[in-house]
Design a protein around this ligand. Structure first.
Ligand code: ZN
Length: 261
């Protein structure tokens, strides 16, 4: 048998699906030490092992396909197999099913579809894991910031109580006086509402200093920065008022939460 002929049969040889005569000729050619055909066979065997993960689409040659289908037809008719006796390939149903799979694999339709599905699934998994990672990272940063805020020697804790109409609401503000940062934890505070926001104020004897706006609906743990100029005097209280979205330079709403230092 010439190399071209042998190579036509190698795919089936790798699957142990050749008839005895062909199988023997292929074996003899391989045993003669042809490096080209040995390499081809190794590639087929490797591809077979990679099933069903990934396999480049490969059109079987008309000859290979015809031989395969002829073998299936022969089996289906119940004629005695010339190949291995008593093997799984000897059973017509199994052989037909296996041959159908081989053809599907060789044409690439089966594996490429499977491969596509697996790839899509993996991509979705990676995406959701990345999202989870970002979420955890944000959570970690928040927790770390809170710990730093609580641990800082310059921190003050201000407890705010709900005022009339909002008596069940409460909040706790951690304020790092030296760094000028704050974080607020609210309890039972309803959403600010359409076009409105909450605004946190630090109150001295002379001024009400804005510490920033927040909406408990949008941010579970609102935080911000605030600078109290020395001439403003000592901060004696913190307060929260409802304000138009974006906040106000000075409070316009009535005090909802109030805490004295
Ligand atoms: Zn050869």
């Amino acid at each position: 048998m010439r190399c071209e002929e042998v190579q036509e049969l190698l795919a089936l040889h790798a699957l142990d699906a050749l008839e005895r005569g062909d199988a023997e000729e292929v074996r003899r050619h391989l045993e003669s030490g042809c490096p080209r055909c040995a390499g081809e066979l190794a590639a087929f065997t490797e591809a077979q092992a990679a099933i069903p993960f990934a396999l480049p689409a490969q059109e079987p040659s008309p000859m290979a396909k015809a031989r395969l289908m002829a073998a299936v037809r022969k089996d289906a008719l119940g004629s005695p197999r010339a190949g291995r006796a008593g093997g799984a390939w000897g059973r017509a149903g199994l052989a037909a099913a296996a041959a159908a799979i081989v053809v599907a694999i060789l044409t690439g339709s089966y594996t490429s579809r499977r491969y596509e599905l697996q790839t899509r699934e993996l991509r979705a998994q990676i995406r959701s894991q990345q999202e989870e990672l970002v979420r955890l990272e944000q959570q970690f940063r928040r927790t770390r910031d809170t710990i730093l805020l609580v641990r800082s020697p310059g921190s003050k804790v201000i407890d705010l109580q709900g005022q009339e109409g909002l008596a069940t609401a409460a909040a706790r503000v951690f304020w790092d006086v030296r760094r000028g940062t704050w974080r607020l934890y609210a309890d039972n505070l309803p959403p600010a509402g359409e076009g409105k926001t909450y605004q946190l104020w630090l109150v001295t004897a002379k001024e009400k200093i804005s510490a920033g706006v927040f909406d408990p609906l949008k941010d579970e743990e609102p935080s911000g920065t605030v600078t109290v100029p020395p001439e403003a005097g000592a901060v004696v209280a913190a307060a929260v008022t409802p304000e138009p979205a974006g906040g106000s330079p000075q409070p316009t709403g009535s005090i909802l939460l109030l805490g004295k230092i």
